[in-house]
Design a protein around this ligand. Structure first.
Ligand code: NAD
Length: 501
């Protein structure tokens, strides 16, 4: 069986049928715009092509979400929670084909895809639990009024997700939006729409998700995406993707006076002090950058190492790099897959070439000669301002930079625009907490890297975006507080001017 045939078989099994179409109002809707080709990053070969949803389907999706949302918001919160629990169950039941579809179409190792699908089920369970527990409060104001707040849904939210973690980012945003009573339009990356489409179709067909409550656009950003941002039914835009696109999305949303959450990229500092457990730190440094072939927003792509151990530590990381198993994403043994698409392969290759021609040195692991592979690469001898040391490369490439002391490590970690994540490796607890407090990052690990959980808030500072996902912070992004004032005085107080109580 060819991999294109395997793809069709998985699509059929998950209810998508043999064609890539948008999911609108609980039915499949073929696009009529430009042709988009999906490729298999492992073989660098075409898998399937489809037509962009365009502005017309975007409008249909927003209207379907608006119609379905009114009934959804009118249900009891406990009922909505029950529906989310049912989605968690069907995701668990369909976990293996979902993970295989993700591995095949996104080029991500199957072992990572299984974990991500399990996390999606966990996200629906987690927010199912919150659905009836995030209510308003009574506020004892000095005027004697009875004042209470209501936590209301926003209406329809538009979510935009990237190609590097398609089903993960879909579950991450759909679950809290539904728990809070919203309708959803989601545009996954045009390069990896399949598992998001499958997730929503499964939820509708097998978990009773009301049709039209979540709509998925198989389409392009400037057409379908832009039209949905501008659609009057959309109350808020949640964007997960690159900083460059995030700026455009925020500008378009701002012009329409709509709030946005921006979950953008990073250039996260992984700081290693000489007193750290160097064996654990070296393994952590590899996992930080080479898992998902570096295509992770939190990737530890700047390895800051105390100068006294820099050479020795780089050798340790390079030795580990040589042992990484690169290969077929569908192979159980594969630890590192290809990069996800041709444009990204070209960008990462160019970044490494430019760094080398600028005088950097590279230690590289091995990679298959065919497909969109980039060998794991550790760059050293870079200046602190070099593009490879400051810009998000989003591939298996780490820039190693030495520092002299704690103050310099913190200053380097905080240099540049990004503020998404970071880590420190040290055996000195006081220093660990000092550094954690000073590094400007939404997520920071001490003697570890890359653990995340739906119960823990996640997001960035500065060029890494604003707003938060996950946990109760993430739920708050999908709710608005309404204050209700009830007059209790008899006769009523003056209605003119402000009442001082
Ligand atoms: P991207 O910015 O190229 O695309 C993201 C999404 O935006 C896609 O769905 C795309 O179609 C859409 N888009 C493009 N132009 C648009 C427009 N004009 N209007 C509306 N939508 C538009 O990002 P990518 O290359 O798919 O993903 C990789 C990036 O995502 C990296 O920078 C990575 O760090 C970031 N990321 C961030 C997080 C996070 O939580 N902070 C998580 C995963 C990925």
């Amino acid at each position: 069986m060819t991999r294109a045939e395997m793809l069709i078989e998985l699509m059929e099994r998950l209810g998508l049928g043999p064609i890539v179409r948008s999911r609108i109002g609980g039915a499949w809707a073929p696009g009529a715009g430009d042709t988009v080709e999906l490729i298999d990053p492992y073989e660098d070969a075409p898998l399937i092509a489809y037509r962009d949803a365009g502005a017309a389907l975007a409008a249909a999706a927003c209207e379907a979400a608006k119609r379905a949302q009114a009934d959804w918001a009118a249900r009891t919160a406990a009922d909505r929670g029950g529906a989310l629990h049912a989605i968690a169950r069907v995701v668990t039941e369909g976990a293996e084909p979902l993970a295989r579809l993700e591995a095949l179409s996104a080029g991500k190792p199957i072992r990572d895809c299984r974990v991500e699908v399990a996390k999606v089920a966990e996200m629906f369970s987690y927010y199912a639990g919150w659905a009836d527990k995030r209510h308003g409060e009574v506020i004892p104001v000095p005027t004697g009024h009875l004042v209470y707040t209501l936590k209301e849904p926003l209406g329809v939210v538009f979510q935009i997700t990237p190609w590097n973690a398609p089903i993960f980012t879909a579950g991450w945003q759909i679950a809290p939006a539904l728990a809070a009573g919203n309708g959803v339009v989601l545009k996954p990356s045009e390069l990896t729409p399949l598992t998001t489409l499958a997730l929503v179709a499964l939820a509708e067909e097998k978990a009773g998700l009301p049709r039209g409550l979540v709509n998925v656009l198989a389409g392009l950003g400037p057409t379908a995406g832009q039209a949905a941002i501008e659609h009057p039914a959309v109350a808020k835009v949640i964007f997960v993707g690159s900083a460059a696109t995030g700026r455009r999305v925020a500008a378009a949303a701002g012009a329409a006076l709509k709030p946005v959450v921006l979950e953008l990229g990073g250039k996260s500092a992984n700081i290693v002090f000489a007193d750290a457990d160097l064996s654990a730190a070296a393994k952590g440094a590899q996992a930080a950058i080479f898992s998902a072939a570096g295509q992770s927003c939190v990737a530890g792509s700047r390895l800051l190492v105390e100068a006294s151990i820099a050479a020795e530590f780089q050798d340790r990381v390079a030795a580990g790099m040589a042992k990484l198993r690169l290969g077929d994403p569908l192979d159980e043994a594969t630890e590192v897959g290809p990069v996800g698409n041709r444009a990204q392969h070209a960008r990462v290759s160019a970044s490494v070439r430019d760094a080398l021609s600028g005088g950097a040195q590279a230690a590289q692991g091995a990679a298959p000669a065919s497909g969109l592979f980039i060998p794991p690469t550790l760059l050293s001898g870079l200046s602190f301002e070099a593009p490879a040391a400051t810009e998000e490369i989003f591939g298996p490439v780490v820039a190693a930079l030495p520092f002299e002391d704690e103050a310099e490590a913190v200053a380097l970690a905080n240099s540049g625009d990004y503020g998404l994540a970071g880590a420190v490796w040290t055996s000195d607890p006081g220093r660990a907490h000092r550094v954690a407090a000073q590094v400007r990052a939404g997520t920071f690990w001490i003697n570890g890297y890359k653990t995340i959980h739906v119960s823990v808030p996640f997001g960035g500072f500065g060029g890494s975006g604003f707003g938060r996902s996950s946990g109760t912070d993430g739920l708050s992004e999908y709710q608005a507080s309404k204050a209700v004032w009830v007059e209790t005085a008899s006769p009523p107080r003056t209605l003119f001017g402000y009442d001082a109580g």
